[in-house]
Design a protein around this ligand. Structure first.
Ligand SMILES: [Zn+2]
Length: 588
């Protein structure tokens, strides 16, 4: 390109909506909205902040964290190379810019995502920075505003990126408890793990004109369903029509609308007294209330030994891709099988009381060694007919809402919750998106961070992304030896980061989705060994081992007062930020 052509390109740009050639300065003066057709051009975080806040009020929060490549991820490029390239091209340290400022004279804390930086993906550093901004809002007793733009979780950080959905959600829960307003502003595009957490579990959700939001992306839904998508699918107007956002706002009105909402929130008295900021408890306090190990039960908070079978042998290491195939084996025991073999007296409860009963989620009361518990799990099946009837264990929004109802019921009745996770992921369907799948998952994640009763999760087969996490924000997370737990399926990851889907076995290895890997990363607390060669070969022995592991982990939790349980659970998920110990820092 000649210098003249390059300069011309900087002066003019072509509208993606109407193809008009626009003078850039004119476009910028119009807040990057096409004066001809109203197309809202995507904004970087610095420009977005400049447009939203009162001039002179902006105070950027620190954005530097120790650089982390927590799982040493390599696809066709090592992850640190992709990070460096993103820094050079955007001039930003990460995919979010955080600040305090005033809007219309009202103070607020803001976190603004930037889609240009690795697709606005949610990694440990992004989660940590947004969480700190929420904590700053709590300290300053001001509202929190989140401007989202993201393709979803950051695959290159594996399950640790998935954990950020819980970490940020519990910071939002703390603001809810303190009576402080939280607002999300959806901008184009907002998808995946961001959509299914802090983009939708805030008090108010605004959509900028032209924004699209959903859990599953349109390409995936088209591929899976083989159907054409309805006109305007997942657009701001679609979201408004389906009750998923409070309003659709033109960019030029956004600042004024936020100012009005902040003004309304600033006039009332919070319904509840402020909750003191929760500092990490000292070690002795973390163990308080737990039973000492003398009777063989492990104190709460103590890391157990990794995967030692009952006979004392270390399980053999198998390849990640082999493990994926084992975890998906149709012969593997399902939730209903475990309800029959591990628990007694299961009474199934149905329905979300709003729209239906999802067959992919089963739940109800049962007894575990004589104690009453609420069990909720994904249900697959052993035959094709079963699998189809259960939607392959992929919950619909009604399923997530049924799970939510049962969790809340359990808390009211003082019953511990045991969840059994076995799902490829949330339902990549049109109606699931129409019915607010992202918000349904987000609300479950947030609710689990505040649930005042013990929660014990077991990944029994496939722990697929947000759909799995919606049942897995728990005090203790156990995993069967040949189960997998991942932010994305290996096939999905391969399709995005490798030249084609046949790289799924490499993706499976890179994602660190096996039980031993996740135990090392602290995502999983304990591995339940499977009989040789896998659970499906000896379901009775698998059930016996699972029952023993459930009891060993549940009994100490029963002695912990509910407030402390919630506090410990939040500490468990707070430590997944970029600065937690154990994350390997890379020299910059
Ligand atoms: Zn235009």
């Amino acid at each position: 390109m000649t210098a003249t052509a390059g300069q011309a390109e900087q002066l003019w740009s072509r509208c993606a909506g109407c193809a008009s050639l626009l003078y850039r300065k004119r476009l910028r003066r119009n807040l990057d909205v096409c004066p001809e057709c109203g197309e809202h051009t995507r904004l970087g975080a610095p420009e977005r902040l400049r447009q939203l806040v009162d001039p002179g009020s902006l105070c950027l929060l620190p954005d530097r964290l120790p650089e982390a490549d927590p799982i040493d991820f390599v696809d066709v490029l090592p992850y640190p190379h992709r990070l460096s390239a993103a820094r050079v091209s955007t001039g930003l340290a990460e995919a979010v810019l955080c600040a305090t400022a005033t809007i219309g004279g009202h103070p607020a804390a803001l976190a603004v995502m930037d889609f240009r930086f690795l697709g606005g993906s949610l990694g440990c550093a992004v989660g940590e920075l947004i969480t700190r901004t929420a904590e700053r809002a709590l300290d300053d007793r001001v509202p929190l505003i989140l401007v989202t733009a993201s393709g979803g979780a950051r695959m290159q950080e594996g399950a640790l990126s998935l954990m950020q959905m819980a970490t940020v959600s519990q910071a939002i829960a703390a603001l809810r408890e303190a009576g402080l307003l939280t607002v999300s502003v959806l901008t184009d595009p907002t998808y995946g793990g961001v959509a299914a957490s802090f983009a939708t579990n805030t008090d108010l959700v605004l959509a900028e004109s032209g924004a699209r939001m959903g859990f599953a992306g349109p390409r995936v839904i088209r591929q899976v369903t083989g159907r054409a998508l309805p006109e305007g699918f997942q657009t701001a107007d679609f979201l408004l029509r389906h009750g998923q956002v409070d309003m659709v706002v033109q960019r030029r009105s956004l600042r004024g609308r936020l100012a009005a909402l902040l003004a309304a929130a600033g006039t009332g008295r919070p319904a509840r007294p402020p909750v003191p900021r929760q500092e990490p408890a000292p070690h002795h306090e973390r163990l308080a209330g737990a039973t000492p190990a003398a009777d063989g039960r492990r104190p709460v908070g103590e890391r157990p030994p990794v995967a030692v079978a009952a006979d004392g042998t270390q399980p053999a290491v198998r390849d990640a891709w082999d493990t994926v195939r084992t975890a998906r084996h149709p012969g593997r025991p399902t939730t209903l099988d475990y309800l029959d073999s591990v628990f007694d007296g299961f009474v199934e409860l149905h329905g979300d009381r709003l729209s239906g009963d999802c067959p992919a989620i089963v739940g109800g009361v049962a007894r575990l060694a004589g104690r009453h518990v609420m069990v909720i799990g994904h249900q697959k099946g052993h035959t094709t007919a079963d699998l189809v009837a259960r939607n392959f264990g992929m919950a619909s929004p009604a399923g997530h809402r049924k799970a939510l109802r049962l969790m809340r019921l359990a808390a009211r009745l003082g019953l511990p919750v045991v969840t059994l996770v076995d799902t490829p992921g949330a339902d990549p369907g049109i109606s699931a998106e129409e019915q607010g799948q992202a918000a349904a998952i987000a609300e479950n994640i947030l609710t689990l961070t505040v649930l005042p009763t013990p929660v014990l999760a077991v990944i029994t087969g496939e722990g697929g992304s947000g759909g799995a996490l919606a049942l897995a924000v728990a005090d203790r997370v156990l995993m069967l030896q040949h189960a997998v737990y991942s932010v994305i399926s290996p096939e999905g990851c391969a399709a995005i980061l490798w030249p084609d889907r046949s790289a799924a076995p490499q993706a499976a290895r890179a994602l660190r989705l096996t039980a031993p890997d996740l135990c090392r990363l602290g995502v999983v607390d304990e591995i339940v060994p499977e009989p040789a060669t896998a659970a499906q070969d000896d379901p009775a022995e698998t059930a016996r081992r699972l029952r023993a592991a459930l009891l060993a982990n549940l009994l100490p939790l029963l002695d912990v007062p509910p407030a402390m349980l919630v506090r410990l659970r939040r500490q468990r998920f707070r430590r997944f930020g970029a600065t937690r110990t154990g994350v390997r820092a890379v020299a910059r």
